[in-house]
Design a protein around this ligand. Structure first.
Ligand code: PHE
Length: 480
């Protein structure tokens, strides 16, 4: 326990020389501290287990509108009984005299067997000396009364009646010292010990006041970027520092750029409705230049041997990967040398689960260059992963319609003790590049950003990113 006390704490402890239990208000008076200083000081002492705070809730009652009326004129049933005390009265006359309280008064009087009705007249049977609630009504009428001083049954009967009582809840706090702090107070009577145990610091002596660097302060939660956005920004920064330039593309694309230009045959399962979101009834008029369309169509006919339908290529989709942005950019710019990347949302008609969302973010990198080769591609991957803090990786052969060879990086998840697949990659096939006039080797890779963020934040469920769990959002470490 830190024995360095803040001036506020010392003043609070010293105040207990006078009384063993103090309310915050009393503490304010004795210490001349502000309410906020007292609140904070008590909170600090509580954390150091040097103060106890007892919170009590007291209830007291005062009279409501109907209660006040009954105090003046008597309870409704008492008024009824007083009227018929001298002799039976006609119901209609009673109704006139008592007005709106006639009903409740009669109800209670009958229930308690105080009255009987004969031939439209009400007559007295018993005259009670006391009626439930009467005593308490008078008691509260004299001034508000704490709950503890009131007869329970009497109170219950008044509480049942509308607008008779008003309940006032008063919360009080009482602060007292713990054993440790009262011993401390006794031991040095008003002087408080410093960390090294020397009795120097007296109340008010501020020049030699040590600073308690371990003192707890209130936690403040200011706005922050979402952890996923943080990861996206971090990835973007890595690419930029590696000399890559960002390119942008649309989230909706004609199938032509999302699939056909990437040598994905028109009967490929990835193009089916259960995998891809199509924009209902929308087809693109101008999907590319006449030459691009002709060459891509030829490439499909030659390579896959089927009838290529331009109407299939016109169908608009929510892009299923960022590779459509890459290929369109390359086809339009015919670069001999390039290092580019793109980032953004992609969409897949997946069943949402702990590892799949229907929309997620992808990062895609591309290198074009005369001597670009598979070894470079793997080297770039290693460097990228190293920069996000992943060092245990391996490459695995895989298949994409648009690359040959095709690889996949597997990275080792230390926490789960297993390999997880991350980026897909490869060298664009000539069937992709030739028809679009791209003459240099193209290395391309891409994958989900949420996957990387899950590794980074140790999450097992990708949906966590969108749950808006404030505790998690506040505690997730910020990218440096
Ligand atoms: N587009 C692939 C995917 O979404 C990744 C990839 C990009 C593969 C570029 C090869 C080349 O999984």
């Amino acid at each position: 326990m830190s024995r360095v006390f803040h001036e506020i704490e010392k003043k609070i402890i010293a105040a207990f020389k006078i009384e063993s239990k103090l309310t915050p208000e009393k503490l304010e008076k004795l210490t001349k501290l502000s309410p906020d200083q007292v609140r904070r000081g008590v909170e600090w002492l509580k954390l150091k287990e040097l103060a106890n705070v007892d919170e009590t809730k007291k209830v007291n009652f005062s009279l409501g509108k109907n209660g006040l009326e009954s105090l003046q004129k008597g309870l409704p049933e008492r008024r009824l009984l007083d009227l018929i005390k001298k002799g039976p009265i006609n119901i209609s006359d009673l109704q006139k005299q008592l007005g709106s309280i006639f009903g409740p008064a009669m109800g209670l009087a009958k229930k308690n067997n105080w009255v009987e009705s004969i031939d439209n007249k009400i007559s007295l049977k018993n005259y009670p000396s006391s009626i439930p609630g009467e005593k308490t009504l008078k008691q509260i009428g004299k001034g508000s009364v704490p709950e503890t001083k009131i007869d329970k049954d009497d109170l219950a009967s008044l509480l049942k009646r509308p607008d008779f009582l008003v309940e006032n809840i008063i919360k009080t706090k009482e602060i007292s010292l713990t054993q440790t702090s009262s011993a401390l107070l006794k031991e040095d009577g008003g002087f408080l010990l410093t960390e090294d145990g020397s009795k120097i610091l007296q109340e008010g002596n501020t020049d030699k006041q040590p600073i308690d660097v371990e003192a707890k302060v209130p936690e403040l939660f200011v706005a922050r970027t979402h952890p996923l956005k943080d990861t996206i920004d971090e990835i973007r920064e890595i690419f930029v520092t590696l000399g890559f330039t960002e390119i942008l593309g649309n989230m909706t694309q004609p199938s032509f750029w999302n699939f056909d230009a990437l040598f994905t045959p028109q009967d490929h399962p990835a193009r089916e409705l259960q995998d891809t979101f199509y924009l209902d009834g929308m087809s693109s008029k101008k999907i590319g230049t006449a030459e691009q369309i002709r060459n891509v169509s030829e490439s499909h006919k030659k390579g896959w041997r089927y009838f290529w339908d331009i109407n299939e290529a016109r169908k608009m989709v929510l892009r299923t990967h960022t590779t459509c942005v890459t290929i369109k950019h390359l086809a339009e710019n015919k670069l001999d040398e390039a290092r580019i990347f793109s980032l953004g949302r992609v969409f897949r008609n997946e069943k949402v689960s702990y590892k799949h969302l229907v929309e997620f973010n992808q990062i895609e990198g591309v290198v074009v260059g005369t001597n670009a080769n598979l070894r470079n591609l793997m080297g770039i991957q290693r460097e990228f992963y190293r920069r996000i803090g992943i060092t245990k990786i391996k490459f695995w052969p895989t298949f994409f319609p648009y690359t040959e060879p095709s690889l996949q990086t597997m990275v080792f998840n230390e926490r789960l003790g297993k390999w997880v697949e991350l980026f897909g990659m490869g060298i664009f096939r000539p069937e992709v590049t030739k028809p679009l006039g791209i003459n240099k080797p193209v290395l391309a890779w891409g994958g989900g950003i949420e996957r990387i963020a899950m590794l980074k934040y140790g999450l097992d469920d990708v949906r966590e990113f969108y749950n808006n769990d404030l505790t998690w959002l506040r505690s997730a470490t910020k990218c440096q």
